[in-house]
Each structure stands twice: as C-alpha cells, then as structure tokens.
Write a protein that binds this ligand. Structure first.
Ligand code: ATP
Ligand code: PH2
Length: 198
C-alpha cells in the first residue's frame, strides 16, 4: 500500500501545511533539525502552539515548517489508559548544537509544566528531537535520530506532510517507513491549525 492509498485517510489540504520558503539570511551556517511535539494533558492545541512560539523565540533558531495537527492514539501504553494526543512535527534551522537544542526542548517542557515521572506517562507537552542533520548517535542522553521515531506513525505522518522526500537517517525514507508502519490511530484534525510565527 502506498502511503496515501488508504481510503480512510483524508488528504491534508496543501493550505494547512505551513511552510516558510524565504531564504534565511540571518543564521550563519544553520543545521536542519526535525522536532516532534506531543500533548495529551490540558489544552493540547494551546500547548503545541506555545511550544512552536517558544521555539520561534529561541536565539539561533528559525522555524521553517509546521505540520498539520493530528489526533493520535497513545503509543506504547495500554489502549484507553490515557487521553489521546495532539501531535505535530516542526522543521527548524538552527545554529544550536544538538545538546543545546535538547536543553531548549527541556526548558520549553518545564515552562509548560511537564512533570517527568512515569515513562510514556501523560504530559502537557513533549518535545523530542527526531533528527539533527544526518547525525547518528547512540548516546542515551541524546540518541539521533530519535530511537523510536521510525516506528511511530504520529511522527512519520505529520513529518511526511511537510517533507515528503525526507529520510530518517539510517532507517530509510519516510514513504517506505510509512508503508510498513501504516497510519492507524493517526487522525487528521483539519479543523485545528498551528500558526507559524512571523
Ligand atoms: N532524540 C531525543 N530527543 C529527546 N530526548 C532524548 C533523545 N534521545 C535521548 N533522549 C533522552 O531521553 C530522556 C527522556 O525523554 P522523555 O522523557 O521526553 O522520553 P519520553 O518522551 O517519555 O519517551 P520517548 O523517548 O520514547 O519519546 C531525555 O531526558 C533525553 O535525555
Ligand atoms: N500518540 C502518541 N503517543 C505517544 C507520544 C506521542 O507524542 N503521541 N509520546 C510518547 C513519548 O514520547 C509516548 N506515546
């Protein structure tokens, strides 16, 4: 099955895939990074938007593209044990090295009152680094690409919307990964939209 051939999946209108194509003249030699945002506690859309806004306010970072919003079944936990997530993916260009980008993600999580307790527990916001350039690293503090991104439809589907030709470094193309992972449990929410700060 090709990624878009599932008749139960509504196509995402091009207008909801928000992109900035203008050349970025303000960052010197920026790197490309892909971030996954997830929320399943509180006002989920507001939390995703706050995270996008905080990323956009980060010195040395430009948000280049923000995916559509998806409502997704919690992955990795007992079905029905947690509220559904809202998920989105953001592509950024940044002069921050990977460790500083991770710290920035953690600071955004703390500002949005994420408490780290149980693994895969419900949270108001989660900011994961899915990929940083083509870097491959098995450092547990920052594993690149994210060690589970290639098996998570809630990451692959929104990322594919904004970068259909992208690859998970060392794992293959988004198209091929989506063919094997499928899109089950990942529902488009075209009624919701994240805005890309100017
Ligand atoms: N690519 C990565 N992105 C974010 N955190 C990472 C990454 N690789 C390793 N980590 C480490 O994982 C630790 C736990 O992260 P977190 O609490 O966000 O996990 P989780 O979101 O519950 O689960 P998962 O890692 O499966 O998404 C972080 O403190 C961080 O040091
Ligand atoms: N649907 C969904 N499930 C998850 C998510 C997430 O963002 N969306 N994040 C997790 C830990 O990062 C664990 N499970």
């Amino acid at each position: 099955m090709t990624p878009n051939s599932d008749p139960t999946v509504q196509p995402v209108p091009a207008s909801v895939v928000r992109q900035v194509d203008a050349a970025d003249t303000t960052l010197h030699n920026p790197r490309r990074a892909v971030l996954s945002l997830g929320s399943n506690l509180g006002n989920r859309l507001e939390a995703l938007q706050s995270a996008v806004d905080a990323l956009a306010d980060t010195p040395g970072l430009r948000v280049k593209a923000v995916s559509p919003v998806y409502e997704t079944e919690p992955w990795g936990v007992e079905p029905g044990s947690q509220p559904s997530y809202f998920n989105a993916v953001v592509v950024v260009k940044t002069t921050l090295p990977p460790g500083s980008l991770l710290e920035r993600g953690h600071a955004i999580e703390e500002a949005l009152e994420r408490v780290r307790d149980e693994r895969w527990g419900p949270r108001p916001i989660d900011v994961d680094i899915v990929a940083y350039q083509d870097v491959v690293s098995d450092d547990p503090e920052l594993t690149l690409p994210h060690p589970r991104a290639h098996e998570r439809a809630f990451v692959l589907v929104p990322w594919h919307d904004i970068e259909p030709g992208a690859e998970v470094p060392g794992r293959g193309s988004l198209g091929a990964l989506l063919e094997s992972v499928g899109r089950a449990g990942v529902t488009p929410r075209p009624d919701l939209e994240l805005s890309l700060p100017a």
